[in-house]
Design a protein around this ligand. Structure first.
Ligand SMILES: [Zn+2]
Ligand SMILES: [Zn+2]
Length: 344
């Protein structure tokens, strides 16, 4: 049996449309989710700016027939054969890399590195549709205190931010410098505040700095005129680089103290390191980090509840699916904060 749902599609370069899409019944190990929130993320924008031909030939190719939105949260509407968890009615968010479930890396929860992983919105339908088929093991149950919009954010950027702090091994009371005040950078600031760390950030965009200040992060400085030595006697214990650009990466190395750690999170091309001054003489540790494991997402969800981590202020817009084309256009025009397609 197949039903029809409303779905967003990349209709052509720089334009999204609403179409009717087929939704099959949940197969073995699958669930049908009533989508409640689907976050728009940088990778959606990456494909938004492509022609269908460019999309099919991209480094990570995708079919134009795939619904965008890999940050998914919703309510389990029905379950397929063999599913014992989650249950109908559960509120869940979805880890967006869906591995085979049986290889070694999947069994550690690192579906991200599974050779046969499928990614929601890339090679299986994403969340910008009324209902979506989800592999049951990808679903993480959300407590009632966590909104669907925050749940969707935890399916990508907000758990990435949580993990960046964990991987930096910053000690209690330590200073975190965040490069970039986009949604991931703001999520790092939110986690840092909740965990009692000192956090400062830089961003070249006046709009982003103004927004950060509006939601309570006043230590966000213009990266074009930033010199950490004018702020603090010591450079930062850890730096979390979320911008993915060369200048941001350089600033990260310049901002970290001797024995400090830099975590590279932002995606983007190119960067030169000179090992002697950058790393060796200052005993600096560099870490790369990509997405997260399912257990780590479960931990982030628990921590949000335990510390009442309030990520909702970062979400600036919740649009219904009919307004999806306008939401995408505004997102592409550099809207601040996080945009989510939401269902009542
Ligand atoms: Zn994302
Ligand atoms: Zn696997």
């Amino acid at each position: 049996m197949t039903t029809t749902v409303r779905a967003l599609r990349f209709a052509e370069k720089d334009r999204v449309s609403v179409v009717d899409a087929a939704l099959p019944e949940a197969g073995p190990g699958e669930i049908v989710l009533d989508v409640k929130a689907a976050g728009l993320c940088g990778s959606d924008l990456h494909y938004f700016h492509m022609t269908h031909n460019q999309m099919q030939n991209a480094t990570q190719p995708r079919s134009p027939e795939m619904t965008p939105g890999h940050e998914i949260a919703g309510v389990v509407a029905s379950i397929g054969p063999g599913v014992t968890h989650p249950s109908v009615g559960d509120r869940v968010a979805v880890q967006h890399y869906s591995g085979c479930g049986t290889c070694e890396t999947c069994r550690k929860g690192w579906d991200v590195h599974c050779e046969n992983a499928r990614v929601y919105s890339l090679n299986r339908p994403g969340g910008c549709q009324d209902q979506v088929i989800v592999t049951a093991k990808d679903a993480v149950v959300l407590p009632d205190s966590v909104s669907f919009a925050t749940g969707a954010f935890l399916a990508c950027g907000a758990t990435t931010a949580y993990q960046a702090i964990q991987r930096s091994e910053v000690r209690p009371g330590g200073t975190v410098l965040v490069i970039g005040a986009g949604p991931v950078g703001l999520a790092v600031l939110t986690w840092a505040r909740a965990l009692g760390l000192h956090a400062i950030a830089t961003d070249p965009s006046p709009q982003r700095r103004k927004f950060a200040s509006k939601i309570g992060f006043t230590d966000v400085y213009d990266s074009n005129n930033f010199d950490i030595s004018t702020l603090r006697a010591e450079r930062a214990d850890v730096v979390i680089e979320t911008s993915g650009n060369i200048h941001g990466r350089r600033a990260a190395l310049e901002g970290v103290r001797t024995w400090g750690t830099v975590v590279f999170v932002g995606l983007g091309p190119g960067f030169d390191i000179d090992p002697v001054p950058d790393l060796i003489m200052r005993q600096v540790t560099l870490r790369g980090m990509f997405v997260f494991s399912v257990p780590l997402m479960m931990e982030a969800v628990r921590e949000v509840e335990k510390h009442s981590v309030d990520l909702d202020p970062i979400i600036t817009r919740i649009s219904n699916i009919e307004d999806g084309p306008a939401a995408f256009a505004d997102f592409a025009n550099g809207s601040v904060g996080k945009t989510v397609i939401g269902w009542a």
